[in-house]
Design a protein around this ligand. Sequence first.
Ligand code: SF4
Length: 376
Amino acid sequence: MQSELNKWPAETIRDRIESATNSDVEAVLANQDHTIDDMLVLLSPAAERYLEPMAVEAQRLTRWHFGRTIGMYVPLYLSNVCGADCTYCGYAVRSGNKEKRITLTEDEIRCECATLSGMGFQNVLLLTGEAPKAVPVDYIVRGVEIALEYFPSVSIEVYSLDETDYARMTSLGLEGVTLYMETYDRATYADVHLLGEKADYDYRLNAIERAGRAGTRRLSVGALLGLFDWRIDGFWAALHAHHLQKTCWQSSIAVSFPRILHAPERYPIAQPVSDKHLVQLMLATRLVLPEAGFNVSTRERPAFRDRLIPLGVTNMSAGSSTRPGGYGLYGEETLEQFAIEDNRSPAEIGDVIQKAGYEPVWKDFDRAFDSTNPSP
Ligand code: SF4
C-alpha cells in the first residue's frame, strides 16, 4: 500500500483538489464510470455546488449493487484496557481517566452475547484496546469462538495482528476485520500515536492486507475524520480500499467514515469536519467505489444518520455501547471509549430504515452460500 500512497503525496492531492473547476466537475459527472483520479475533482470546493446530482448518482449506484438493504450490526467491547496512547481516545493509557479498566471474563462475554442475540442481532463486531498482555491474541480467539456460538457473523476491531493470528481466527469462522488507519499522514500519525505498537505506522498500514491474505471475507478501512485534512485522508482511505479490491479480491471491501465529535479534553479536534463535507466525502467515495460497502456508526446524530440512509450506506450499527459490559451487565458503570450520539433502540432504527424504503437486514445471507466458510 505504501507504494500507492507514494504516488499520491498530500501536496499533489491538494493542488489537484484546489485547481478543479465547475467544468471539471461537470465533465466527471457526465461520465458513467469514474476513476480514482476523478475523486479529486469530486472532493473539490467546486464540487460542493453539485452535491445534488452526486447524491442522485450515489443512490443509483448503491441500489444497483446492494439493493434496498441495510445490514445491521452491533459493537461488543470486550475490554477497555489499553497500553497505547492515542491522544484523541478515552481509552488511552495517558488519557487521564482514572476509572477502573476491565476485561470481560468468558462468562461475561457469554452474558453480553446472549443479551445482544436476544435483541435480534446476528452480526457482532468485537472490540478491544491495544493491550497484548491483558488482552492477548488467545483471549481474542476465545472471544471469537464464544461469539460464534451466538451469532452467525462475527468480526473484530482490535489491534493490528500477524497474518497467522488472522488465519487462526478465520479458520474458526471469523468473518470480518475492521481496522482504521486513523490518518494516513505520517507526521500527524506520529503526533497522535504516542505509545504502544500502534505507533508503528507501517505495521498498521499493512495489517488489513494481512487479514485479507489470511482469508478474511470482509475487510473494512477508514480514516478517523478530524485528525487531518478530510479531503486528503478521505482520498487516501478510498485509495486504500481500491488497492484492497485488487490485492484481496476474494474479500468484500468496505469503507467507514468515523468522525470525531467528542474527544478527551487534551485533544482539541485538529480539523473538524462539517456534515456537508462528510456527505461530500461519502458521495465522492461512492462514485469511485460503487461496489464498496459503507459503514455508519452511532457516533453520528440520529437526524444526520437518517439523512445518510439513501446516500450510499450499506451497514449501520444500532443500540450501541462503547463500554465493556455495557449491554446486560454493567450499564454505564464502566469507562466508555467515546460518547454515542444515536441512542435509539435497534427496533426504532429498524423502523426508520423501513420508513426510508429500505430493509434492515439482521442476518448475513451471503454466508449461507459461502461453501468456504461453514456455519459454526
Ligand atoms: S484508539 Fe485504540 S489503541 Fe488507541 S488508545 Fe484508543 S483503544 Fe487504545
